[in-house]
Design a protein around this ligand. Structure first.
Ligand code: HSE
Length: 359
């Protein structure tokens, strides 16, 4: 029997419980083990929930229970999510998370803790929602290729706003209000519309692709606030669609360059046709050539399905430490190339398009 503890019973935490219970027969048959949600940690009570009886308020109960072998952290925010994750790893429990903030800020440290304690730290749901991207990149693409470039749409909210502006001929503010009404954008939409969420996610993907974790503070990031209907119309006249693109490049001499910026993406590029809240990741490997992964980048059940895939991976591959999983988080800001030459930017973006804003 594998006992799982869920930290945080918000949207993704509840989705994870539902996917685990709804898919239990299939999971147990495939994994050959019984799975039980033993605890749900939350500050609130859920008297009407079928799993309400498992809700507890004290993390120590989970930390001190030797029967719990997997902790699924879906609290959001850096603290106490990081602190509980570190404590769980020290207590010999594997941890899975959907929390991109913790992975970008503390991924190196938590992977090292996992290594020391011979357990696993997995974070498939932190990037691309329901799209399996971390695992294929980590366990497949980088083992047989040198990845030289990733271009990606990693934020559903901004992609929704840009799609609506283009299709409905409305301005940024109107499209943002729509996105807020639908629950995509927060009341304070900064993390999405200023590109910070996409930046965090490309830092995580680049860490896996290039083996170096670049802190997001180093990355030039521009969001979509200043995009006007004129920008959209001009791009369309020139055979392109504006998309917020997160880029990760490995340049001559092993220098890494990351950026997040609105690009007029040529219609020939598959990222140009990615609409609404969908995400897509276009990875270039030296042998595989282009690989595109596409799907729902956010939302309760898509994200929960990625969390459950990590839980299943730990049960299937074993909870003791997997050496390939630590390689991605060597913190190395010196590997970062802040200023690409104009010529190089132009060359690397040839198949993509042109940045909407200069400089
Ligand atoms: N705010 C994010 C988005 C949610 O819009 O893509 C998923 O990280």
């Amino acid at each position: 029997m594998v006992n799982v503890a869920i930290l945080g019973y918000g949207t993704v935490g509840n989705g994870t419980a539902q996917v685990l219970t709804g898919n239990l027969e299939n999971l147990e048959k495939r994994l050959g083990q019984k799975i039980n949600i033993k605890y749900i940690l939350d500050l609130r009570e859920f008297p009407d929930d079928p799993l309400g009886g498992r809700v507890i308020h004290d993390f120590k109960i989970i930390e001190n229970d030797p029967e719990v072998s997997i902790v699924a952290e879906m609290l959001g925010g850096a603290h106490p999510a990081y602190d509980f994750s570190a404590a769980a790893l020290r207590a010999g429990k594997s941890v899975v998370t959907s929390n991109k903030e913790v992975v970008e800020k503390f991924g190196d440290e938590l992977l090292r803790l996992a290594e020391e304690n011979r357990v696993r730290y997995r974070f498939e749901a932190s990037v691309g929602g329901g799209i399996p991207v971390i695992s294929p990149l980590m366990h497949s693409v980088v083992t047989s290729n040198k990845v030289t470039e990733i271009n990606a749409i990693l934020n559903g909210t901004t992609n929704y706003i840009l799609s609506r502006m283009s299709r409905e001929n409305i301005d940024y503010e109107t499209a943002l209000k729509e996105a807020q009404k639908l629950g995509y954008a927060e009341a304070n939409p900064s993390a999405d519309v200023d590109g910070l969420d996409a930046c965090r996610k490309i830092c995580i993907l680049a860490a896996i692709a290039f083996g170096k974790l670049i802190p997001m503070e180093k990355v030039k990031t521009r969001g979509i606030r200043d995009i006007t209907p004129e920008h959209i119309k001009n791009a369309e006249k020139n055979g392109a669609h504006i998309r917020l693109i997160a880029r990760a490049l490995l340049l001559d001499g092993e220098k890494i360059h990351l950026e997040v910026a609105p690009y007029a993406v040529k219609n020939e590029n598959p990222l140009s046709g990615v609409d609404d809240v969908f995400n897509a990741v276009l990875i270039h490997g030296n042998y595989s050539d282009d690989i595109m992964l596409y799907g729902k980048g956010a939302g309760k059940f898509p994200t929960a399905s990625a969390v459950v895939s990590d839980i299943a991976d730990i049960i299937a591959r074993g909870s003791s430490f997997a050496p390939d999983e630590v390689l991605c988080f060597d913190r190395a800001p010196e590997a970062y190339e802040e200023k690409l030459s104009e010529k190089l930017i132009k060359e690397t973006a040839d198949a993509l398009g042109t940045p909407v804003f200069e400089g």
